[in-house]
Design a protein around this ligand. Structure first.
Ligand SMILES: [Zn+2]
Length: 120
């Protein structure tokens, strides 16, 4: 893998993290439609959650293509373990959902740190 490939992948992961942060902020905001159906998200926020899942899967694919040394970093393996957890977002209460999103956000940030270190 060339340095240019690595830089492009880091940029892609950074864009995914930004998109996830944006969607997560949307889901975390107050919403009358969500409040009207306790324990569930409204259509808009459910869609946000679906997109977050897609972004996470894309990030996971990018990470699996990473060099072995990076793939064995504990921050990367912790993120992989989180991705491997089986969650049913539609069955989670909003508070649990937000905790899960916070974990995803933290793990992705750690992975980006690991990549930044590996690329430096
Ligand atoms: Zn909503």
């Amino acid at each position: 893998m060339t340095a240019a490939d690595t830089a492009a992948r880091c940029q892609h992961l950074q864009a995914l993290e930004d998109a996830i942060r944006y969607r997560r902020a949307r889901v975390a905001g107050p919403c009358g439609a969500c409040a009207a159906a306790p324990g569930r998200l409204c259509e808009d926020h459910g869609r946000d959650l679906g997109l977050i899942g897609e972004y996470e899967r894309t990030a996971g694919r990018l990470l699996r293509a990473a060099p072995y040394a990076l793939g064995s970093d504990t921050r990367v393996t912790a993120a992989a373990a989180l991705l491997a957890e089986d969650h049913q977002p539609s069955a989670l209460a909003t508070a649990d959902l937000r905790r899960l999103l916070a974990r995803y956000s933290k793990r992705l940030a750690e992975v980006l740190d690991a990549i930044a270190e590996a690329g430096s």
